[in-house]
Design a protein around this ligand. Sequence first.
Ligand code: GLN
Length: 492
Amino acid sequence: MASLTGLTMAAALDGLAKKEFSSTELTGAYVAAVEQARHLNAYIVETPEQALDMAKASDARRAKGTAGAMDGLPLGIKDLYCTKGVQTTAGSHILEGFTPTYESTVTQKLWDAGAVMLGKLNLDEFAMGSANITSHFGNVESPWRKPGDNRPLVPGGSSGGSAAAVSAHAAIAATGTDTGGSIRQPASFTGIVGLKPTYGRCSRWGIVAFASSLDQAGPMTRSVTDAAIMLGVMAGHDPKDSTSVDIAVPDYRAALEGSVKGLRVGIPKEYRVEGMPAEIEQQWQQGIDWLKAAGMVPVEVSLPHTKHALPTYYIIAPAEASSNLARYDGVRYGLRVEGDTLDGLYENSRAAGFGAEVKRRVLIGTYVLSAGYYDAYYLKAQKIRTLIAEDFRKAYEQCDVILTPTSPSAAFAIGEKMDDPVAMYMQDVFTVPANLAGIPGLSVPSGVSADGLPLGLQVLGKAFDEETVLKVGRVIEKAAAFSARPSFLAGE
Ligand code: GLN
């Protein structure tokens, strides 16, 4: 048997059911793994005692025959999800020391299904970033290295702590959030599976808001099956989130068994962006060939407004962020820096509490929303957003899913692209359209770069059709048989 921390969720659930090991043993192994992985800085807060208590309770439920769908599985939680009694910071100084008195709906669902919490995972400040280099609590390091090159690499972002922890076997799976790619891009950088569900599939209640019309919660796991199991627990209508949709949650795991024969896979010609590295292009072609071999039919589709997606996103996301972040004023909670006047208190608290990237977004956001510029930027961006959603609607008249690369590159070294925000924003070129259109997207590890680093393929689907997305993702996963491991795990 593989080491306990090497098991997928599905395998661990099997082992727990057969009483090969207890959740207390599994959780104990993870608590040790979290300690061993400390230098990656994936966790902001570790909760080992709570984890072991939850594991004990899980073992008791299992003995009574009342185990839930994820009973006994030790998870890491992105520190954007409010967790009752456990510090929740969004990676920001302004929320340092904030301890929610309530639990986010999605984490509550995970605990209700029996999962165990190992701690809170690092992220880019307020989930703004693609490299996990903007957190007040420091950079996250990827467990991967290029062979023969010991420079630390980024795990991607903003769910960088989640990606690092899952790929370093310091959590069996983790929650992420995705506003413009923050689940899929780090999943692709670290060789794991990341699923951004349809907007409205999972409740956003109790998740610190970045851009409310784009944010979605989703699972980050080591296999497509695990993503299916975890989404089934996370998803569902929540009266506390008026944008969560009241439709039944299907059995995603059962959906994996269906055939993909005859399904049409759309290949959007506008995604062949200039300057795309040849190895990314080759991965993409390989993906098309795998799906063809499984009986799927490739069709060329057109998403004509693709080139406007990134600039549109970088107007809408900062606009919503500047409004959402107005609540951090030093008065109600979080950091307070006194001033001579009330305005002075606001200014001092926000100046000290927010990092440079967050300030940049607040400035862009207030600018595009300001009188005189609103029509030229914000309103225009909203119109283009509608056209982008229309593009997908039309494309899906010709195909069932769309296949693209997840990211235009493999992971880069910490320090690269740091002084060039536009180069960093380019990371999101293949992921933001799905957020603008609200559709689901899955990243599956598909191979390695010439440098031996993971690459991912993205499967996009129709709104609320995560079943087909997962089913097609499973075909890629099987064909790719991705077996590369991060150097960090060499001794496991
Ligand atoms: N990288 C994108 C950004 O910086 C996406 C972030 C996210 O999805 N949370 O906005």
